[in-house]
Design a protein around this ligand. Structure first.
Ligand code: OGA
Ligand code: MN
Length: 237
C-alpha cells in the first residue's frame, strides 16, 4: 500500500508551467473575453473553450467531457465507500512545491458492486480493449480552497490515457501547451461528469484544476466546492 501511494505521488513529478508554477500561469483576466469569439468547439460547445478555433479543432478528439456520466445515487455510493477513509486524513496545505495544494488522497483496488459497475463503464469508454490498466484507482479529495497546479503525469508510471470522474463540485481543468503557453484549452467539468485526456492532450499539455478565485470559464464563474476525483489510468506500453 505504502509503495503504491508513493508511486501515485510520483505520477506528478513535473509541476510545470513555463512561467514557473501556478503563479507564472496566465490569469483568467488575461485571456480573450468572448462567448461570441467563435472559439468554441462545435460539439459539447458549453464544455470546451480554447485559445483558438484551430487548437480546439485539433485537440478536440483527444479530450472528452461526458456530462452526467454518473447518477446522483452513484455519486452517493462513491461517497459512502470513500468518505470514512478520507475523513481519517488531513488535507495537506503546506507544501508549496507540490503539484497539489489542499488535498488528501488515497487509492483503491476493490470496490463494492455499484462503484465497480461504474468503473467498468469508465474503463470501457476510456481505454482501448485489452489495454493494461494501473491496478489501483486514484482518489483525490480537494478542499474547497484546494487546487492542482500545472503538471504532466509521469510518463514512467502511466500511459496515454487519463480518465476522471468529478464528484461533489463543478470545476475547470486547464490544459496549456508546454512548448507554447499561448495555446490553452479550458474544460468545464460539471459535477458527476467524466473527462478523458488522451495522447497529445496528456503528453504535450500540462493540466491543472483551477482554484476557486480563478475558476472562471469563458467569462462565467464556476464556484469551486470540495471536489473528489476518481481517476483511472493505463500503464505505459
Ligand atoms: C492528478 C490530476 C486531476 C483530477 O492527480 O495528477 O491531475 O481530476 N488530477 O483530480
Ligand atoms: Mn495529473
Amino acid at each position: 500500500m505504502k509503495l503504491l501511494i508513493t508511486a501515485v505521488k510520483r505520477l506528478r513529478i513535473a509541476p510545470v508551467c513555463s512561467g514557473g508554477g501556478v503563479r507564472g500561469c496566465r490569469s483568467s483576466a488575461a485571456r480573450p473575453a468572448a462567448a461570441d469569439s467563435g472559439l468554441l468547439s462545435s460539439r459539447d460547445d458549453a464544455l470546451v473553450f480554447g485559445s483558438s478555433a484551430e487548437l480546439v479543432r485539433h485537440l478536440r478528439p483527444q479530450v472528452e467531457v461526458k456530462t452526467g456520466f454518473i447518477t446522483e445515487e452513484e455519486e452517493a455510493e462513491f461517497m459512502r465507500e470513500l468518505e470514512p477513509g478520507l475523513r481519517k486524513k488531513r488535507y495537506e496545505f503546506d507544501h508549496w512545491d507540490d503539484a497539489i495544494h489542499g488535498f488528501r488522497e488515497t487509492e483503491r483496488v476493490r470496490w463494492g458492486a455499484a462503484c465497480e459497475e461504474v468503473l467498468t463503464r469508465v474503463r470501457s469508454v476510456a481505454f482501448p480493449d485489452g489495454s493494461a490498466l494501473l491496478g489501483p484507482v486514484h482518489i483525490l479529495d480537494l478542499d474547497k480552497k484546494g487546487f492542482i497546479k500545472p503538471h504532466v503525469d509521469s510518463v514512467k508510471f502511466c500511459g496515454s490515457t487519463i480518465a476522471g470522474l468529478s464528484l461533489l463540485s463543478d470545476s475547470i481543468m486547464r490544459l496549456v501547451k508546454e512548448s507554447n503557453t499561448s495555446d490553452w484549452l479550458d474544460l468545464l467539468l460539471p459535477r458527476r461528469s467524466l473527462y478523458i485526456l488522451r495522447n497529445q492532450a496528456r503528453y504535450d499539455f500540462t493540466h491543472e484544476i483551477l482554484k476557486d478565485e480563478e475558476s472562471v470559464f469563458n467569462g462565467q464563474n464556476v464556484p469551486r466546492q470540495r471536489r473528489i476525483s476518481v481517476i483511472c489510468r493505463n500503464l505505459p506500453v
